[in-house]
Design a protein around this ligand. Structure first.
Ligand code: OAD
Length: 251
């Protein structure tokens, strides 16, 4: 079903709201998605860049690729989609409701837009860790001088993100699953909804009776009740204004 009004009405009534985001939410900040048009995985093999085996085989290649993405994320600014999600959180919380943002993104833009109740299912690109000891460091704003990068405990530095074949942070996943199972509305924004377990959160929310809504430039395989087709930076500010006329999100 299309149309913003029924979704706005559901948001106004909701006592629990979950927003699940993917790389599409940062496209309007100039960052590349993975599977979308111009996505990373169109020209690169994820098995050679985003797995522990790839890092073992070629730590220089993998760390340089992630450093390029880290610098792009640091140079990018949150866009109206990130800001509308932060505003949505404020509106739900002020009305006494529960809110949980669940992101697969590792770029840190949601926090910079002001989102507070946030779990990062796939980690964060701006933090790195020694691949032997796990000790975390936050690198400065410049590129590393050479790759691979020596860590503080004799290993190489790797980004603090989740690679294919690795476990998601258990506390983040548990918080996301609990919120999904008890929400009244779930918005699924800018994700191709093909990577599990993130994609299963939509199924859990729907099974629990939530109104499920996709915001995407195209329809994905996600089984949702409503689709708002368009750029997140345009659709979300409109949706927030339609839901709470006093809200003033940019965009
Ligand atoms: P994808 O690249 O798979 O999907 C991005 C989605 O955003 C697509 O469905 C696009 O249609 C949509 N999109 C693009 N621009 C948009 C816009 N302006 N507004 C709204 N939607 C837009 O990215 P994810 O679903 O995030 O994991 O991918 C999930 C995971 O797969 C990532 O976290 C990453 C990746 O491989 C790992 O690296 C482990």
């Amino acid at each position: 079903m299309n149309g913003i009004e029924p979704v706005a009405a559901a948001l106004r009534r909701a006592r629990g709201v979950v927003v699940l985001t993917g790389a599409g939410v940062s496209v309007e900040s100039g960052l590349r998605s993975f599977r979308g048009r111009d996505g990373w995985w169109r020209g690169h093999d994820p098995a050679r860049l985003a797995t522990p085996e790839a890092f073992e085989a070629d730590p220089a290649l993998v760390s340089e690729w992630y450093d390029t993405r880290r610098l792009a994320a640091l140079a990018a600014a949150p866009n109206p989609a990130h800001e509308a999600i932060a505003e949505l959180e404020r509106q739900v919380v002020v009305a006494g409701g529960r809110f949980q943002l669940v992101t697969q993104n590792v770029d840190g833009l949601h926090q910079r837009a002001g989102s507070e109740r946030l779990v990062e299912l796939h980690g964060n690109l701006t933090v790195w860790r020694d691949h032997r000891s796990g000790r975390r460091v936050t690198p400065g704003p410049a590129a590393f001088e050479a790759y691979p990068v020596p860590g503080p405990d004799g290993g190489w530095l790797r980004p603090d993100v989740v690679w294919f074949g690795e476990f998601l942070p258990p506390a983040a996943l548990a918080a996301a699953a609990a919120a999904a199972a008890s929400c009244d509305v779930m918005l699924v924004v800018g994700t191709s909804a093909v990577v599990f377990p993130a994609a299963s959160l939509v199924v859990e929310a729907a099974a629990a009776g939530a109104v499920t809504v996709e915001v995407n430039v195209e329809a994905t395989p996600a089984a949702v009740g409503h689709r708002l087709i368009g750029a997140a930076g345009e659709v979300l500010p409109r949706l927030v204004r339609a839901s709470w006329p006093s809200a003033r999100p940019r965009g």
